[in-house]
Design a protein around this ligand. Structure first.
Ligand code: 3Y8
Ligand code: NAP
Length: 251
């Protein structure tokens, strides 16, 4: 049974390891090509966009794909919308690996905002020392609030020119741990963190460190992420795939 995994997350990588030695499935992992040196994966990997919904439909038909697993990040909402549309058009099943959001704990100083534009405004007028832990793609938005001192964590250095004037780039790839995150916030005298509600453990340490240090967090709400059949873990995904395989074979 031929399977396409839309990846780019911890869950996608662990699902890839589960399927790599499973003779029932011939799986391919797909990345968008957002990073210059993506980590090697346990499955054959294709890199780059498909070219919209039509491009994905052609890929699924040409590749005779029998099922798709959307294991993309909670903020990768466009990929999920395209996957749902394309699988319906082609008539193949779609499983969506959903990751539960973080919930506010006692002591969390979160300010919830709708999107990154609202996060810029939420920082306020008075200059602050801001830790931007939201990657590279939306950094240019913070040029609209040049009064702050920014520490931005990215994977690859941004090429964009219109970046905020007082910006220090930290190139690092998750997952991150509590001790290092606490040291980072202290050493840079961070007084506010901007974060996505990614969920999972890979980047939760910054939230725990902020809580321990009494540093507020501007938390960007998740976008609506379309889904097919929702599964909660890589293991559950394999069970779903086996069920799809059986119905494909009429057993
Ligand atoms: C290209 C693949 C694995 C997957 C690892 C997860 C965990 C570590 C934590 C912070 C937050 C952030 C960012 C982050 C994390 C995992 C996971 C995750 C957050 C890689 C990867 C790709 C990407 C794309 C990248 C984005 C950026 C977002 C950095 C590989 C490493 C901020 C999301 O520099 C850039 O352009 C980065 C772009 C999209 C968000 C953005 O808007 O900038 N992820 N991240 C995937 C592709 O091409 O399809 O390079 O190996 C994967 C991982 N990043 O295999 O173990 O599962 O979430 N990724 C966020 O959560 O806020 C860092 O710094 O605290
Ligand atoms: P997005 O906004 O939902 O998608 C934008 C376009 O990128 C899609 O329409 C598609 O291009 C392409 N694309 C996205 N994911 C792809 C994949 N896995 N394989 C092939 N093409 C893909 O996506 P994004 O938020 O930029 O995320 C890009 C990648 O980074 C995804 O793999 C995601 O899991 C990973 N990631 C994102 C975040 C984040 O904060 N957004 C965090 C961690 C990891 P076409 O229209 O040309 O097909």
């Amino acid at each position: 049974m031929r399977v396409l995994i839309l990846g780019g997350t911890t869950e996608a990588s662990s699902l890839a390891r589960l399927l790599a030695n499973d003779a029932r499935f011939e799986a391919t992992l797909s990345l968008a090509g957002r990073t210059a040196q993506p980590a090697s994966q346990a499955l054959p990997t294709r890199i780059g966009g498909f070219g919209g919904i039509d491009g994905l439909v052609h890929y699924l038909k040409d590749g005779k794909i029998d099922a798709v697993v959307d294991a993309t990040h909670p903020y990768a909402d466009q990929m999920s919308a395209h996957a749902l549309a394309a699988c319906e058009l082609v008539g193949i099943p779609l499983a969506s690996l959903a990751r539960a959001p973080w919930t506010r704990q006692a002591g969390d100083g979160w300010q919830d905002v709708a999107d990154t534009e609202a996060a810029v405004i939420a920082l306020g007028a008075v200059p602050r020392r801001v830790f931007l832990a939201i990657g590279r793609q939306e950094l240019p938005l913070f040029a609209g609030a040049p009064q702050h001192n920014y520490l931005a964590r990215v994977i690859d250095a941004p090429a964009e020119t219109q970046l905020p004037p007082r910006l220090t780039l930290l190139q690092a790839r998750g997952p991150f741990d509590l001790a290092a995150e606490t040291t980072l916030l202290r050493d840079h005298r961070i007084d506010v963190v901007v974060s996505k509600n990614a969920g999972g453990n890979a980047t939760y340490a910054k939230i725990e460190a902020a809580r321990a240090l009494g540093v507020p967090v501007v938390m960007i709400a998740r976008p609506h992420k379309p889904a097919g059949h929702v599964v909660a873990s890589p293991k559950e995904t394999v069970a779903w795939l086996d069920h799809a395989r059986r119905s494909l074979r009429g057993v």
